[in-house]
Write a protein that binds this ligand. Structure first.
Ligand code: DGT
Ligand code: CA
Ligand code: CA
Length: 597
């Protein structure tokens, strides 16, 4: 594409914008703007002028400096000065400049007074009413900026489950206290425990005349009211999360809860089922002709449709309706089924709390065992254990276990899986442990074949119990590694080792579908907190939610085993024979089908 005058003008205009955001000399800024205007109004192509060897500094307002820059843009398509400015300023500034009504002066004011650099920051500042206080802005501009940014920033943006869960808990407590409110519950994707939530759906059942809608839209957390009626309202909270509230009469509570829990696909399948049975299903109830036959509870609705009650986590139209009809629904794992946790850190690596504190916190949560799996490396990395320190930690855990009652700390490690699939600690040391948790923390970008081979090889190591956060994904931040997951699951079955469902809300790795695949192949899943502090042991509940979405029953989960039942399963993953067997020799030593049905 040949460079035309408008391209050069665009470069100059952007330079002027960025200079202005930086607060550069007004005459300098104006020189670029004037040159841009002159170029776009000029009747002749600057490229042709240059090709004909003409002097550009004869053009009005163009000195030798600008003439050189025009030549640069014509030959290279850009200009070093623009690239430099783009580097100096936060990249999102350019994006802010494109918002209607936001010129460089205003972007500069927002940047200087509120530290705003991104669209998201601007959106939040507007929600919180901070923008109107900036010189040159007012409530009207703030409102229009809110709308402009909402469309671009909120579209497709999803919040992590933990955030939605915490917000919902607080809002529901407020709503439950409003006069006339009988029940206040969460619905939507939050109730189905999806790993991310688009918006929050809350439902209340109320007596007539309850002021619940006014109280909801008037809550101090609300940044913007999108709509408000007698039975429904939508708001955007100051933290950017949208919340939809519905109010229904108590007689319709069950059918409304079912409807607003979704998923949409599940609802559609249910409605079709109702139609085929000559019934009508909607958010107010189940009807035969004009007669309402169910609706006060969810169970009554399912029953009227000839179905067993379906747990919210299963409501994705992934076979749950057939299973409910033929009484083949899984008896899903629940938090109290977990007897222990097989992945946790202490301050010996990057955790916050001591061995003793972690043990006590685990016992307080009713756990029977907790595996300490601090990070380790052959060469001590930042906050990682080296072989000597791990050996000392093993001795300390032995000593501590002798004094603990009702709780056992298991000796483990989170060992680095190196790029070639080897483990970063010597076999002799790994043999002293109760379990080895292997993990990838670098080179997430290997091509599929090599990444898969890397993990398969790691699983062949004579001491390898659990593959931690198998895909390495961080929700919204880092995509899953490109790996052949079905092949790895089959490998885990052959090898008799296990896969982790990391319960950290930013990971939730394995996904629900991967859990289901593991279950179908008979590979046990370890639901693990990866706690870096005593508080983070609470993350187990998010892991359980994800496991339930993956149809896991207690027997599919490794750490529902008592310690007594767990020990032999772990022992089989840990070859403690003398010497350092080669990988193939070990594969033979490991039982082909360890008792993991
Ligand atoms: P999200 O917010 O994207 O995380 O996902 P959901 O599932 O919370 O979806 P949302 O907030 O749009 O709607 C909440 C529930 O309301 C949804 O799960 C089912 C129900 N619903 C919404 N739209 C429809 C619809 O068009 N048809 C049916 N049958 N149900 C719907
Ligand atoms: Ca929702
Ligand atoms: Ca919604």
């Amino acid at each position: 594409m040949p460079i035309v005058n408008a391209d050069v003008a665009a470069v100059f205009n952007e330079i002027a914008d960025l200079l202005e955001v930086q607060g550069a000399n007004v005459f300098r800024v104006r020189a670029y703007r004037n040159a841009a205007r002159m170029l776009s109004e000029l009747g002749r192509s600057v490229k042709t002028l240059l090709d004909q060897g003409e002097d550009l500094d004869k053009l009005p307002g163009i000195g030798p400096d600008l003439a050189g820059k025009i030549r640069e843009v014509v030959t290279t398509g850009t200009c070093a000065q623009l690239e430099r400015l783009r580097q100096e300023l936060p990249p999102a500034i350019t994006e802010l400049l494109r918002i209607p009504g936001l010129g460089p002066k205003r972007v500069r004011a927002l940047h200087q007074e509120l530290g705003i650099q991104t669209m998201e920051q601007l959106h939040h500042a507007a929600l919180q009413g901070q923008v109107r206080a900036v010189h040159g802005f007012g409530p009207k501009t703030e409102q229009s900026l809110l709308q402009a940014t909402a469309a671009r920033f909120q579209e497709g943006h999803r919040f992590k489950l933990i955030m939605a869960a915490q917000v919902a808990q607080a809002l529901l407590a407020e709503l439950a206290a409003v006069p006339g409110v009988q029940q206040a519950v969460a619905a939507g994707s939050l109730r189905r425990q999806r790993e991310t939530v688009g918006d929050l759906d809350l439902l209340v059942s109320t007596r007539r005349g309850s002021p619940v809608m006014e109280r909801f839209t008037g809550s101090p957390d609300v940044g913007q009211v999108l709509s408000r009626g007698r039975t429904r309202a939508s708001v955007v909270l100051k933290n950017g999360l949208q919340v939809d509230l519905r109010a229904v009469a108590p007689a319709s509570f069950g059918s409304a809860w079912l409807y607003f829990t979704g998923s949409k696909a599940h609802n559609i399948a249910l409605r079709k089922l109702a139609q085929d049975a000559g019934l009508k299903l909607n958010e107010y109830g189940v009807y035969r002709g004009d007669e309402r036959i169910a609706g006060d509870t969810e169970a009554s609705v399912y029953q009227a449709l000839g179905l067993a009650f379906i747990a919210p986590e299963l409501r994705e139209d992934r076979g749950e309706i057939d299973a409910a009809r033929s009484h083949r629904l899984p008896a899903l794992v629940q938090l109290p089924d977990l007897r222990g946790d097989l992945h946790a850190h202490t301050r010996d690596s990057d955790g916050r709390d001591s061995l003793e504190a972690m043990a006590e916190a685990a016992r307080a949560r009713g756990l029977q065992y907790l595996a300490i799996t601090d990070h380790a490396q052959r060469i001590a990395v930042v906050h990682g254990l080296d072989a000597d320190r791990l050996a000392r930690q093993i001795d300390r855990i032995d000593a501590l276990n002798a004094s603990l009652s009702g709780m056992v700390l298991l000796k483990g490690v989170e060992v680095e899986i190196l790029e070639d699939g080897s483990l970063a600690l010597p076999h002799a040391l790994l043999q002293r442990l109760d379990l080895v948790v292997g993990a990838v923390h670098q080179r997430f970008d290997l091509p599929r074949d090599r990444q898969t081979e890397r993990l398969l090889r790691a699983m062949e190591h004579p001491c390898f119990s659990i593959l931690a956060h198998p895909t390495g994904r961080l929700i919204d931040e880092r995509p899953a590694c490109d790996i052949d997951l079905p092949r790895m699951i089959r490998k885990a079955r052959e090898r008799g080792c296990f896969l982790e469902l990391n319960a950290h809300p930013a990971r939730l790795d394995l996904t629900d579908l991967a859990c289901r695949m593991a279950r179908d192949e008979g590979v046990l899943v370890s639901i693990a907190s990866d706690a870096h502090s005593t508080l983070e042991l609470n993350n187990l509940s998010f892991g359980v939610g994800q496991a339930r979405r993956g149809w896991l029953e207690p027997q599919d989960v490794l750490n529902t085993r008592t310690l007594q039942a767990l020990r032999p399963l772990l022992d089989r993953t840990m070859s403690r024979s003398a010497g350092m067997p080669g990988h193939t020799a070990v594969a033979e030593q490991a039982p082909a089908t360890p008792g993991i049905q």
